[in-house]
Design a protein around this ligand. Structure first.
Ligand code: PA5
Length: 447
């Protein structure tokens, strides 16, 4: 089985190979810190050897719960925010037919997401849709107190109980949360919900290979064992005995840190298949929350090409030269479409007749890479042989381990996120939450 690969040839004119290979010892020190658990945030390293630790009993338990929801529900709502939904959404979208929801024959339940915004319109429209559906809920919150998620769950739980009765609703709700503490754990115990545990030492954005990601992905009908197998194999490919030049995560971490040092403050993750859009969203959270602190950090942005070449393409080609691109390229798409010949050829496309659409996409990719490099944008390429569970599992772990190394290279704690509390504190003060009286008083003087 092949592995995903990284190519930094198109970085060379901005940062030489020797300059990047000079990171070897620093990267090794960062990898050692992860391995020995003696770096910053070392109480959140549970993700490091997680894939290989998942045993048959754990897989079977997740698959059994997935089967139950699949039997009972046409729609399953995953309530969660940040790390408690992005991984599942990324993998489900990447593997799903782009028009799955509109297909007549539904072999899998539709997975919808809630609890990741506070939009009244969204919640109302979701509620309207569910009125005529057999639905279930996977409620995911490590802390159990996240407002967005708790609010959506309160509404969904009430609706489900009204539609099918309390006893049946209890069968269709699964909670994924801390093993012993938090409001969701208390609620789940009180209501008798089936639960799965988010390990203490795994932070939200590193939790996709725990039940947080695996259960929704299994409910959607995808092979979680293959996904995890990919991650296990990538763990080996990035292992401590792999030489720097052969370790894709080491190369990626070193390259992006060198580019950052040279003033490339924004990394744009690029895809050429719109179903990878949420892989980029997951990646943005992973790197953004891990590195953006202490007034440091590469800003993670993302575009879907060729779509965004017609909007952001101008900026990327000629705007301020503070960016670099990391392209996720799929070597062989799963489908095959040949371009037909047309007798009138009014659109002038007959020169492409008989070619695969992907050949055009690949030339757009190559042409864009050359243009952007010419325009001063360094280009890293990550290639997946195919888009399937196995290679997505590799990709997830590749980014996780690269993120850990990269954060340590930057000398930040890659495993905390103190900055996300600021908005919550203000929101609670403005909503006059009990316990926030002093904050309420203070913030009101500023309005
Ligand atoms: O990465 C993180 O820790 C956050 O994005 C959390 O995943 C997010 O805030 C949701 O938290 P919780 O699972 O506690 O509801």
């Amino acid at each position: 089985m092949k592995n995903i690969s990284i190519n930094i040839d198109k970085v060379a004119i901005f940062a030489s190979k020797s300059c990047i290979y000079a990171y070897e010892n620093k990267v090794k020190a960062c990898s050692d810190m992860l391995e020995k658990g003696n770096g910053k945030g070392n109480d959140f390293l549970g993700w490091l050897h997680l894939p290989a630790s998942i045993n048959n009993i754990q897989f079977a338990e997740i698959e059994a719960s997935a089967k139950l929801l699949r039997q009972k529900c046409e729609v399953v709502i995953v309530a969660g925010i940040g790390g408690s939904y992005l991984g599942a959404k990324a993998i489900i979208e990447a593997l799903s037919n782009s028009f799955q929801h509109l297909q007549k024959e539904q072999t899998n339940p539709t997975i919808l997401f809630a609890g990741n915004n506070i939009s009244e319109d969204y919640l109302s429209e979701l509620s309207d849709l569910l009125t005529t559906k057999q639905f279930g809920i996977i409620n995911i919150s490590k802390s159990g107190t996240t407002t967005e998620t708790a609010l959506a769950f309160r509404l969904l739980k009430t609706q489900l109980e009204n539609q099918v009765g309390k006893a049946e609703a209890q069968q269709r709700i699964i909670a994924i949360t801390d093993k012993s503490k938090g409001a969701l754990r208390t609620l789940a115990t009180q209501e008798g919900y089936k639960t799965f545990v988010i390990p203490d030492n795994v932070g939200g954005r590193f939790s996709v290979l725990t039940p947080v990601g695996l259960l929704p992905i299994a409910v959607a009908g995808y092979n979680i064992r293959e996904l995890v197998k990919g991650a296990v194999d990538m763990e080996k490919a990035c292992g401590k005995n792999i030489p720097f030049a052969d370790n894709p995560a080491a190369i990626y971490a070193a390259t992006r840190n060198e580019l950052y040092k040279q003033g490339k403050k924004i990394e744009i993750l690029v895809n050429y298949h719109p179903k990878l859009h949420f892989v980029s969203e997951w990646w943005k959270q992973l790197f953004g929350e891990s590195e953006g602190k202490d007034n440091k950090g590469i800003f993670p942005a993302a575009v879907d090409f060729t779509t965004d070449l017609h909007s952001m393409g101008q900026w990327i080609q000629e705007g301020e030269r503070i960016i670099f691109e990391t392209v996720i390229s799929i070597a062989n798409p799963n489908k095959r479409v040949l371009i037909p010949s047309d007798k009138d050829n009014l659109d002038g496309l007959n020169f492409l007749a008989g070619k695969r659409v992907d050949e055009v996409n690949k030339m757009a990719e190559l042409g864009t890479q050359i243009a952007h490099v010419d325009g001063g944008v360094p280009n890293i390429k990550i290639e997946l042989p195919e888009l399937n569970e196995y290679y997505l599992g590799q990709l997830l772990y590749f980014f996780e381990i690269a993120c850990g190394i990269s954060g340590y290279l930057l000398e930040v704690n890659p495993f905390d996120q103190p900055g996300v509390e600021a908005y919550k504190k203000n929101m609670f003060a403005l909503l006059e939450k009990p316990g926030f009286e002093a904050e309420t008083k203070a913030i009101k003087t500023r309005l």
